[in-house]
Design a protein around this ligand. Structure first.
Ligand code: PEP
Ligand code: MG
Length: 580
């Protein structure tokens, strides 16, 4: 049994067999093995080579009968490489000399081998790089026991183990038999983590080397509540976790009883709990969890698919579905927040040195006006079906906001010329996610109809910590006093200006911060639908007066640790049974 600790993205317990995904596309990190395990690693290597040779030979035979000799010759070359004594010896030497894992040694030697081909002037030989990569993948697959099953066709519940998942890969998990995820990379507010949260199954990220420690077929427990992943548990541990799984299900059921009750404090303060959604169908899911509408629709997820970009009609359909899903409640549609870790099909090919500081969000839309206008037209057309609000992401200057607003007016005029008149008013707001916007909040209040604070980005830019990088995740915390003071000043400025201010970063869905946020005066909290019941329960058990005292006290601390400890104690007094 092996226990690994990471960062939780959603609570609960999942149990299943491991399926390891995409270990082939990254460099395997160095892992040493104890001296008495070197023999085992050599055996794993030898088996991997034998299996690879048989696989390729079978494939060659099949190709020969189906496609003829030429196609099959390519694989003869693969067999030649796999039977190269010198190559195999280099890998064995690395295992013996450095006590390296078979996966690491194979990957290292094969990458060196690839480099030799890269340097070749002859284009035909240079083409061989792809074949060498293919061989490397095959060997790694055999060493790591990887199951290359198509996720859509799994027949039993599995835990997906990956080095990293892109938001696109994550988006494809719903509807599969995957019941839990564990990943080497990632942090709590990375977009992959956000998607995992909305998918709703337990997940732990930031585990560093889970994808090389676990083999396909191992029994895995993902304990999302306590941020643990347990491989090959003992019978006793397994039984204990099956109990926990049942208890978690019971808690979820209890919370669902709050669905139709409002989020009101004991001293009658009404708080609006909204859903953050990535897909239109989630609008309805949010309502089923007891939300008051959609506070953030991340529309860029329409782009995160391998095929072409969504056209106006497809977008219109998606926005209309979200609006209809909330039956008359408000839906705040955020325009595309593309860039950084979320790419369009085209953008994929343009690398940036600092993508988080690069062409992302509203900047990207304003540089791709045709695409932006298509989106605005689709939103405006869909707005006739309900209460729609429009919001721009990552605004960092007044001019940027005005330019975006002007583009909305252009789209309205174009529609009018075509005979489509939009008469209902559409409030236009912005996300406050940059220190620049926070500092200039008073000026922005004169321009906008509402503000929604995106703490996921605000924290990363205030603290200069990449929100998706597990290596610095210990520095990424909304509890940092600089973040808390910034929030206080922003909320205060909005109140004075009479502008609605809400929050839609992940912080809004963490019970730890609920009293603090209410105490600041925030009445609109937008979060993953799965978090709504618990936050509602907490709000209904506490008072605004108490929350204000908590917020005042929090402001006196100098370190994030003091803040977290204090908030944890205060939250536990209200929700003693919850793991916070
Ligand atoms: C945020 O930055 O807090 C936010 C809600 O937007 P996203 O997580 O999509 O960047
Ligand atoms: Mg953001």
């Amino acid at each position: 049994m092996e226990t690994l600790r990471g960062i939780s993205v959603s609570p609960g317990v999942a149990i299943g067999e491991a399926v390891i995904l995409d270990a082939e596309d990254y460099r395997i990190p160095y892992r040493s093995v104890p001296s008495d395990a070197v023999g085992d690693e050599l055996e794993r290597l030898s088996n991997a080579f034998d299996t690879a040779v048989s696989e390729v030979q079978a494939q060659t035979q099949q190709l020969r009968s189906n496609l003829g000799r030429d196609a099959a010759d390519v694989f003869d070359w693969h067999v030649g490489v796999l039977e190269d004594e010198q190559l195999r010896k280099s890998i064995e030497d690395l295992i013996k000399e450095k006590q390296a894992s078979a996966a690491y040694a194979t990957s290292t030697v094969m990458r060196n081998y690839q480099r030799r081909f890269m340097q070749m002037k002859d284009p035909l030989l240079a083409e061989r790089i792809k074949d060498v990569r293919d061989i490397e993948r095959r060997l790694l697959r055999n060493i790591l026991g990887e199951t290359r099953e198509d996720l859509a066709h799994l027949t039993k519940a599995v835990i997906l183990i990956a080095h990293d998942l892109t938001p696109t890969q994550t988006a494809q998990l719903s509807g599969t038999k995957v019941v839990g995820v564990a990943m080497d990379a990632g942090a709590a507010t990375s977009h992959t983590a956000i998607l995992l949260r909305s998918w709703g199954h337990p997940g732990v990220v930031g585990l560093n080397d889970v994808s090389t420690r676990i083999s396909g077929g191992d029994t895995i427990i993902v304990d999302g509540t306590n941020q643990l992943v347990i491989a090959n548990p003992t019978e006793e541990t397994l039984a204990e976790y099956r109990e926990k799984q049942i208890a978690h299900g019971r808690l979820t059921e209890e919370l669902s009883e709050l669905r139709d009750l409002p989020a009101v404090t004991t001293d009658d303060e009404r708080v609006y709990l909204m859903s953050n959604i990535e897909f239109p169908s989630e609008a309805q899911t949010g309502m089923d969890r007891g939300s008051d509408g959609v506070g953030l629709y991340r529309t860029e997820f329409l782009f995160l698919r391998p095929e072409s970009a969504p056209d106006e009609e497809e977008q219109y359909e998606a926005y209309s579905q979200a609006i209809q899903g909330v039956a008359g409640h408000p839906v705040t549609i955020r325009t595309f927040d593309l860039g950084a870790d979320k790419y369009t099909q085209r953008q994929n090919y343009i690398e940036e040195r600092n993508p988080m500081l690069g062409l992302r969000s509203i900047r990207y839309s304003l540089q791709n006006l045709d695409m932006f206008k298509v989106q605005l037209r689709a939103i405006l057309r869909a707005s006739v079906h309900g209460q729609v609000r429009l919001m721009f992401p990552l605004v960092s200057s007044i001019m940027e906001f005005r330019q975006a607003q002007m583009t909305v007016n252009d789209a309205l005029e174009d529609l009018e010329e075509e005979g489509i008149k939009i008469t209902n008013p559409i409030p236009i707001g912005m996300m406050l996610e940059t220190p620049a916007a926070a500092i200039q909040v008073k000026d922005f209040c004169r321009e906008v109809d509402f503000i929604s604070i995106g703490t996921n980005d605000l924290v990363q830019y205030l603290l200069a910590v990449d929100r998706g990088n597990e290596r610095v995740s210990q520095h990424y915390t909304p509890s940092h006093p600089a973040v808390l003071r910034c929030l206080r000043d922003v909320v205060r400025a909005c109140r004075r200006a009479g502008v609605e201010c809400g929050i839609c970063g992940e912080m809004a869905g963490q019970p730890l911060y609920t009293m603090f946020l209410m105490g600041l005066g925030l009445q609109h909290l937008s979060m993953a639908p799965g978090n709504i019941p618990e936050i509602k329960k907490l709000i209904r058990l506490t008072s605004l007066a108490k929350s204000e005292r908590v917020a005042r006290r929090v402001m006196t601390f100098e370190t994030a640790r003091q803040v977290t400890n204090y908030l944890r104690d205060e939250t536990r007094k209200v929700l003693p049974e919850d793991p916070i």
